[in-house]
Design a protein. Sequence first.
Length: 140
Amino acid sequence: MAEPFSVRVTVRGYETDVQGHLNQSVYMNYAEHARWSMLQATGISQARLVARGVGPVTLETTIRYKRELLAGDEVDVTCAFEWGDGKTFRIVQEIRRTDGTVAAELTAVGGLLNLQERKLIADPLEVFKEVATDLALFGL
């Protein structure tokens, strides 16, 4: 299996808490940044999704903190989509120091919301296939 998509981020001082650790809420920002970076690499932009009448939603997120991150640390944030048969999909992510140490593991359950009906669409993978220009990063 190929390595998952990843994007490099440097921990900035203003993102840390009083102990000097990366603030817990920033892990979510890094994960979201990697997700949108991956979607953009497949040719999917927010504008393309909105033009199609859909928008991505996160239904659940779990974070397992493994090692601390400090200001100046460089990390790679991975992103891999896992497809099922229903209205939702999973996104599996890691935040790793450049030496390979896993700092956090994230899993999310997402879907695509019909912006008119405000309901999840039945087959999000089909919409991604329609709007993407490169499906390889999805493992398809």
